[in-house]
Structure formats: structure tokens, C-alpha cells
Design a protein around this ligand. Structure first.
Ligand code: ADP
Ligand code: MG
Length: 252
């Protein structure tokens, strides 16, 4: 299948030192690409370059044939790029449901969700957003947490909430930065099951992970970064058997 996302020659430096150098990668619809590597390899930088939180210094990011590497994050979101950041980032002072409504809003017409909540002319739109947000909460198993203040949710539930918010923006490509870190075994299992279901539904994903085992069971293809460059690319079994990958991980 033709790639949905094509990254070519992507480079970014900080203070003259390359964090990401000449990286190529593709993701097709319904494909989950693992992006792994030791700490400092450049994984989160790639995530930010694709999501739009950072501009690249060289290279291109193309989504479904359209260059997106110069677009702001919200423009990329509107084109179908969903992000789940590494650190739990939930909106404080809002309920879990309201947090997801902000994600749902990314694909609707009018201004801020706050405006939709206040203006009577937007009541129907608000109801639609609320229903959609409730559905997204249910998809990640958070329906019983809807009315809780987001910041009072345990870590696993805050992660699930971020995922619900991203899904509610109806992404075609979902970027996840170490979504399993800090989760308990049961939560990891639930996350893996959900990611499998999303892939089966045709979503393209990049799963940034430090943990090779979690990636190996989920990823169709794996890209290994080391010192900002692509060290290896292939199936999980192929990259795991690559001596260069083994030594990069042992050298940590
Ligand atoms: P990973 O996610 O694989 O652990 P990162 O992409 O976070 O790696 O970092 C890659 C390299 O870029 C590291 O050497 C890191 O210190 C550096 N780096 C990342 N972000 C910044 C930044 N905003 N300013 C300066 N250096 C950065
Ligand atoms: Mg990182």
C-alpha cells in the first residue's frame, strides 16, 4: 500500500549538534511503525518534527502527497495527524469528558470549544461534540471517569485520556511517544489490545518506544535510531537480530 506518511532526509540540530540526521521513514494506512533506540537517539525529536512541535532544518514530511513540514501543529492535526505526548498532558480544571471535547473540536467548524459551550447558536454542535467525546472515552475504557477532574485520574487513565482526545480528532496518522512507560502490566495489555484494534481499523501509527519487547509484539516494521541516524529498518525480528542494534543497546 502507498505510504500515508513519507519522511525524507529529515534533520534537526540543537546548538550545532544533530539530534536527528537524514532520517527516512514511511507509514502506510493500517501499519504500525515502531521507532526505537537508546535514550537520546532522537526519537522524541522525530515525533516533534512530524507532529509540528519543531520545524526541521532539512528534509520533508509528506502526508498523503502533501508537504506538511512547514505547517503549525494545529494545521497538521486538521489534516489528520494525532499526537499522544510522552508526559501526561491533561487540561487541569476540566473533566475527563471536557478534555476529550477539546480533541473532538479540532475537526469542527467554529472557534474555541469554550465558545461552543457558551453561544446558544452552537448548542447543537456542542451536543454532537459531547456525544462524540463520550464515544471516544468509551473506546479507551474511560466511560466511568467522564465527570472526574482530569488531573485527579491515575497515570494509566491520564494516558488513556490523551489517547481518547487524540482519537476524537479523527486522525489518519497517530503518533505515540512511549505510551506504555509507567503503566502496570494490565494497563499495558489493554493499550496493546487497543492499538491492535486501531490498526485493524486502518489507522497508521508511529509508536516511539524504549522497550523493544512492547514494540516487537505490535509493530509491522521497526526503525532503529542511534545518535540521530537510522541504524536499522525491518521487521522486529530482523532488527533484533542485527549486531549493530544489539551493540547500540548494550552500549547504553
Ligand atoms: P530520545 O527521545 O530518543 O531519548 P531526543 O529526541 O529527546 O531523544 O533527543 C535527541 C538528542 O537531542 C539528545 O541529545 C537531546 O539532548 C537533544 N535535544 C532534544 N531536544 C532538545 C532541545 N529542545 N534542545 C537541545 N537539545 C535537545
Ligand atoms: Mg524521548
Amino acid at each position: 500500500m502507498a505510504p500515508l506518511l513519507a519522511v525524507r532526509g529529515l534533520s534537526r540540530s540543537f546548538g550545532g549538534v544533530y539530534a536527528v540526521r537524514d532520517v527516512d521513514l514511511d507509514v502506510a494506512p493500517g501499519q504500525l511503525r515502531g521507532l526505537i533506540g537508546p535514550n537520546g537517539a532522537g526519537k522524541s525529536t522525530v515525533f516533534n518534527l512530524v507532529g509540528g512541535q519543531l520545524p526541521p532544518h532539512a528534509g520533508t514530511v509528506t502526508l498523503d502527497g502533501q508537504r506538511i513540514d512547514r505547517l503549525a501543529p494545529h494545521r497538521r492535526a486538521a489534516l489528520g495527524v494525532g499526537v499522544v505526548f510522552q508526559a501526561a498532558r491533561v487540561f487541569h480544571g476540566m473533566t475527563a469528558l471536557e478534555n476529550v471535547m477539546v480533541g473532538a473540536h479540532a475537526t469542527t467548524r467554529s472557534g474555541l470549544v469554550a465558545a461552543a459551550l457558551r453561544a446558544p447558536s452552537h448548542r447543537r454542535e456542542e451536543r454532537e461534540i459531547r456525544d462524540r467525546a463520550a464515544e471516544c472515552l468509551e473506546r479507551v475504557g474511560l466511560e466511568d471517569w467522564a465527570d472526574r477532574p482530569a488531573e485527579t485520574l491515575p497515570l494509566g487513565q491520564q494516558r488513556a485520556l490523551q489517547l481518547a482526545r487524540a482519537l476524537c480528532g479523527r486522525p489518519r496518522l497517530l503518533l505515540l511517544d512511549e505510551p506504555a512507560s509507567g503503566l502496570r502490566a494490565g494497563e499495558r495489555q489493554a493499550l496493546a489490545t487497543l492499538l491492535d484494534a486501531l490498526r485493524a481499523g486502518g489507522l497508521a501509527m508511529i509508536l516511539v518506544e524504549h522497550d523493544m519487547a512492547f514494540v516487537a509484539r505490535l509493530a509491522d516494521r521497526v526503525t532503529v535510531l542511534h545518535l540521530g541516524r537510522v541504524l536499522a529498518e525491518g521487521t522486529a525480528a530482523q532488527v533484533r537480530a542485527d549486531p549493530a542494534v544489539v551493540s547500540a543497546y548494550l552500549g547504553e
